[in-house]
Ligand binder design. Structure first.
Ligand SMILES: Nc1ncnc2c1ncn2[C@@H]1O[C@H](COP(=O)(O)OP(=O)(O)OP(=O)(O)O)[C@@H](O)[C@H]1O
Ligand SMILES: [Mg+2]
Length: 304
């Protein structure tokens, strides 16, 4: 079971779209998958259209017992191989710091560990955590529970600073709570390939983050909104734009699973060992500067 958290500091950049796109790619590969909706807005839950449940993720985070977990997971309207741990508005209350908050932040990890140890039915190959747009307690719960974290960004002038802050958050969770956590990469969404500004921003991201930037970006296509509106996986939406995006999500899924396998190995490396931070060989790859400590910790060539 690989658990990936999909996050960004900013709202509306495409976290839910990416979480659902990866779920759609996993469905195409018949990989049993669970989407966990950590966002009080509940957009992933709405798009996946599960039946009404007796409990939600908010109950699981308060009481991470198996019985509660089972009540909060439902099959999605997309397929029997894709389930949802449903979100709820009251998750917002758990995003605030509180006296019992510290312990609660580990509850998602506890619940998923139980699911991993004793799956009901066929085990999940992939768990996708759709985070809310902040680095609050809910996103931190996700990072504590995850094996890898995928950063989503739009190609704008704040992308580098935002991705760096998110990488620092990943590093701090790794150091304090979850030594297995590693970044799966930075995924650029809503690219308009003919926009000079967008190309410039992608080059800038590559300059700072090297190979951490996914080699393929998700283009801006109306089909994304159409498929979401129809509660349909992007792989089943029949338009050239949708098919192009579906192929991109196949590649993103493959890279997440590959980076998950490489992760343990990388984190076991000698911390004093020098890292090769060049992006040579990657289309558009470039040298990674040493200005950002969080980047220095991770930006190294792929081994897998
Ligand atoms: N590649 C794309 N092409 C076209 N529209 C897109 C694309 N990605 C996202 N959108 C649209 O942008 C809007 C915001 O996307 P989404 O809900 O995935 O962002 P989010 O980061 O999850 O937002 P929030 O921070 O509120 O959770 C949605 O209407 C979605 O359909
Ligand atoms: Mg969202």
């Amino acid at each position: 079971m690989h658990t990936v958290a999909v996050l960004s500091l900013k709202g509306g950049v495409g976290k839910t779209t990416v979480a659902l796109g990866i779920a759609s790619a996993a469905l195409r590969r018949s990989a049993r998958t669970l989407v966990v909706d950590l966002d009080p807005q509940g957009n992933a839950t709405a798009s996946l259209d599960p039946p009404l449940t007796d409990a939600t993720l908010a109950d699981v985070l308060k009481t991470p017992r198996r019985a509660v977990l089972d009540e909060a997971i439902a099959p999605s309207g997309w397929s029997d191989t894709l389930d949802v741990l449903v979100g709820a508005e009251e998750l917002e209350l758990l995003n605030e710091p509180g006296r019992t908050g510290g312990r609660r932040m580990e509850n998602l990890a506890r619940a998923l560990d139980e699911l991993h140890a004793a799956p009901s039915g066929e085990p999940y190959e992939l768990v996708i955590l759709d985070c809310p747009p902040s680095l609050g307690r809910l996103t931190r719960s996700a990072l504590i529970a995850a094996d890898s974290a995928l950063l989503v960004t739009e190609p704008t002038m704040y992308a580098v600073a935002g991705a760096d802050r998110a990488l620092e958050a990943i590093e701090s969770i790794r150091a304090e709570h979850n030594p297995n956590l590693r970044p799966a990469g930075v995924l650029v969404n809503r690219l308009r390939p003919r926009s000079y500004e967008h190309q410039y921003r992608i080059a800038e991201l590559r300059e700072y983050f090297g190979r951490l930037v996914m080699p393929t970006a998700i283009p801006d296509r109306l089909a994304v909104q159409q498929a979401q509106g129809a509660c349909t996986p992007i792989h089943e939406w029949n338009s050239p734009g949708a098919q192009e995006i579906a192929l991109t999500f196949n590649m993103v899924l493959a890279k997440i699973l590959r980076s998950g396998r490489a992760g343990r190995h990388r984190l076991e490396r000698d911390p004093d060992e020098t890292t090769d931070t060049t992006g040579a060989g990657e289309p558009g790859g470039a040298e990674t500067t040493s200005e950002f400590p969080a980047v220095r910790a991770y930006a190294e060539p792929e081994t897998g």
